[in-house]
Design a protein around this ligand. Structure first.
Ligand SMILES: [Zn+2]
Length: 264
């Protein structure tokens, strides 16, 4: 691993991913180079080829490398379990403080002081063990909090922005759109439509849910294939709210949503 010589090796991560081992959930994240998406080791989506994956110790590191969170396995719901000890407990403490909001208003210098180290040393520790700066980690954690709130209920966007630690609705919208490629309200609207459609399917054709799921999976397979029609590309670009330069086929999350796997 490029960040931490003591971190799990590629082979350990790869074996854990291939068997979808829940013991590794939160300990590493799998980035899929062909789709631009990163996942938890337990993601139920079709397994990518080993040559197309890279492993990161944190969600923040995967995001710094340009990957988006999977909408299916929802990395924001992975357990917080950095498997570190010894000198790295400083990093774990720092991560915990940041998770508690230490950098939503406070400064990195203040955080380092609370930990009893210099901010330069804190920066070095993060570069080595986290794969992101303290500020980048704070940003990831804020968006994760907001995403969980967005999925959990019907709070207003303003409430979510402030509860998640954003200073303003505008900042929340910008950070969210930068990461997910769409606004938080459009993601919620999509969820509401899909949920409604699933409910309609259930009430109109009781017992056909399995069929619906099967079709969605099949659709996913088709989108994953390399023979993409121009129409599909246009559709994806439109759904995503514009193409930001990343190659994101198939494993886009939205394209594989179904009544079964949509997070509730
Ligand atoms: Zn996933």
């Amino acid at each position: 691993m490029r960040y931490d010589p003591d971190m799990l090796s590629f082979d350990v991560c790869n074996a854990a991913r291939l068997r979808r081992d829940p013991r590794y959930d939160g300990r590493f994240f799998t980035a899929v180079k062909t789709t631009g998406i990163y996942c938890r080791p337990v993601c139920p989506a079709k397994q990518p080829l080993t040559r197309n994956v890279a492993y990161y110790p944190t969600a923040a590191a995967a995001e710094v490398a340009g990957f988006r969170p999977c909408l299916r396995c929802r990395p924001e719901t992975a357990p917080f379990c950095p498997a570190w000890n010894g000198t790295r407990s400083t990093v774990a403490r720092a991560m915990k403080l940041i998770d508690d909001g230490a950098l939503d208003e406070g400064s990195v210098v203040d955080l380092a002081m609370r930990l009893g180290i210099s901010s330069r040393h804190l920066a070095r520790l993060f570069a080595r063990h986290v794969g992101a700066t303290p500020r980048q980690l704070a940003k990831t954690l804020r968006v994760q909090r907001a995403k969980r709130l967005l999925d959990a209920g019907d709070d207003s966007m303003t409430d979510i922005a402030f509860q998640a630690g954003f200073g303003s609705l505008r900042r929340f919208n910008a950070a969210f759109a930068e990461l997910y490629g769409r606004s938080p309200s459009s993601l919620r609207a999509v969820r509401a439509r899909r949920t409604q459609r699933a409910a309609d399917d259930r009430s109109e054709k009781a017992g056909t849910e399995i069929e619906t799921v099967g079709q969605a999976e099949h659709e996913h397979e088709q989108r994953s294939s390399r023979k993409q029609s121009g129409l599909l590309d246009d559709e994806r670009t439109r759904r995503r709210g514009g193409n930001n330069g990343f190659l994101r086929n198939g494993h886009d999350g939205l394209s594989i949503m179904s009544s079964k796997n949509w997070p509730r």
